[in-house]
Design a protein around this ligand. Structure first.
Ligand SMILES: Nc1ncnc2c1ncn2[C@@H]1O[C@H](COP(=O)(O)OP(=O)(O)OP(=O)(O)O)[C@@H](O)[C@H]1O
Ligand SMILES: [Mg+2]
Length: 431
């Protein structure tokens, strides 16, 4: 442990200056700073202002005696723990000794003082004082370290949220690229079909003009021949069917993009609207969708949701919390993976339950899952922050999260959130 910066302090209290001088000489070189007081009143004003390792207190003094000084010190929160050694000239009977201990003395010394006894007793208290001050310094250092760790932890949690959003952006880019690909290819086909139709339309126009202008029959025939040739080449029936398909495919692609954008919007809106009202079903669907956009895996999903339940919450954070839980479940499942998500109302709470039939967890793992950086995944596969972020978010919403698991059988996460508002009709549906 590091050495305290200042020397320990001893207060010597005696109404006779010679006694003080003798005690000072005896303690010379003990490593402590010596303060003196010649009355009880003076001693009290010093003890209130100074951090002392020990008070050597004469019992018999005119005015306030040693017992009185000790009792006042004992009654004061600030001074009650300062050790006192009574110094007395009289023969100490057991009644006096008891009175002294009752008023807060830790020891007695008889006059004339034996230097070896005085120094060895004082040394014990100086050692204690040194240790106590070292502990105080350590305590302060630990408090600061604790504060720094907490600060670093919340900064990490924040960066994990940002990282999740980054991860999400990558997933979203992939999701958008797919429909964008076929919408672009469909647009190219439509462009080429349009050119074919345009050419045919121009032929019909030329035919109309030839008839109106009463051009020779041969000219009209030649245009009619071009028209029938083009029609043969274009395969109209196929074109019309294909255009119909192209439109419906393009429409569904654009709808997918629209859905992606709606989901993403919730994230950007959330920073603005801390406490919005959101349907819990929509919240879960969104989280599920976010998971699916990040992980390509086949699994069965079973849902059982209460209808029309609304929460007042930071919607993006709740979605992120649920997304982390569902993502873990999807990562845990293997072949024939099933994930069950259900909601239930209990008193004034909504209970959201996410169950999987994945690898499950041993008790030692389960104990630590909400701790930041705890992960059983390989380096680069998991940062161990997902559940700690979920935990923080749910606690911030005055909710609770619990997990149970059986190795080889699966896990269940139960999130409890206080309900903001429920409508009258709460009906369970399954899909
Ligand atoms: N449904 C689950 N089934 C089995 N193990 C789980 C499940 N959920 C969590 N765990 C365990 O809890 C650990 C901590 O989960 P957490 O989500 O905090 O971190 P991670 O998934 O390892 O990494 P990150 O989420 O930061 O990418 C996981 O590594 C895993 O061992
Ligand atoms: Mg995780």
């Amino acid at each position: 442990m590091s050495e305290p910066k200042e020397n320990s302090k001893i207060l010597i209290v005696d109404d006779i200056q010679t006694n003080i001088f003798v005690a000072q000489c005896m303690l010379d070189g003990c490593g402590a700073e010596m303060l003196t007081a010649s009355s009880g009143e003076e001693a009290l004003s010093i003890v209130k202002e100074t951090e002392l390792a020990l008070v050597l207190l004469d019992v018999h003094m005119p005015g306030m005696d040693g017992y009185e000084v000790a009792q006042i010190m004992l009654a004061n929160e600030q001074t009650k723990n300062i050790p006192i050694i009574f110094v007395t000239a009289c023969n100490v009977d057991s009644e006096h000794i008891f009175k002294g201990y009752e008023s807060g003395a830790v020891d007695y010394l008889l006059k004339p003082i034996d230097q070896r006894i005085l120094r060895s007793k004082v040394n014990i208290f100086l050692r204690l004082d040194k240790q106590q001050r070292q502990l105080k310094t350590k305590h302060k250092e630990l408090q600061k370290a604790y504060y720094d760790i907490n600060k670093a932890q919340s900064e990490l949690a924040r960066s994990k949220k940002l990282a999740s959003i980054g991860q999400l952006a990558a997933g979203v880019a992939h999701e958008i690229n797919n429909p964008l690909g076929f919408v672009t290819s469909n647009t190219n086909s439509l462009q080429s079909y349009f050119n074919d139709f345009k050419m045919l339309f121009q032929l019909y126009r030329a035919l109309e003009q030839a008839i109106v202008e009463q051009k020779p029959e041969a000219a009209v025939h030649s245009i009619l021949k071009d028209i029938s040739k083009s029609k043969q080449q274009l395969d109209f029936d196929f074109l019309l069917d294909d255009i119909k398909d192209i439109f419906s495919e393009t429409k569904s692609g654009l709808e997918r993009v629209k859905k992606i954008i709606t989901n993403l919007k919730v994230f950007s809106d959330a920073e603005v609207e801390e406490n919005s009202s959101i349907g819990i079903e929509q919240c879960i669907e969104s989280s599920l969708w976010l998971v699916k956009s990040q992980i390509q895996k086949e699994f069965k999903i079973e849902k059982s949701f209460c209808k029309d339940v609304e929460l007042i919450c930071n919607a993006s954070h709740i979605k992120l919390a649920l997304m982390n839980i569902i993502l873990n479940a999807v990562q845990a499942i293997q072949e024939n993976g099933v994930i069950r998500i259900s909601t239930e109302i209990r008193d004034d709470d909504i209970i959201i339950c996410v169950q999987d039939n994945g690898v499950g967890m041993e008790q030692e793992v389960l104990r630590d899952i909400f701790n930041p950086f705890f992960t059983t995944k390989a380096i680069g596969e998991g940062s161990g922050l997902g559940l700690s972020v979920s935990f923080d978010i749910i606690k911030q919403h005055n909710g609770d999260i619990n997990a149970t698991s059986r190795p080889g059988e699966g896990s269940e996460f139960v999130v409890t959130l206080p309900l903001a508002r429920t409508t009258d009709k709460v009906a369970a549906t399954s899909s």
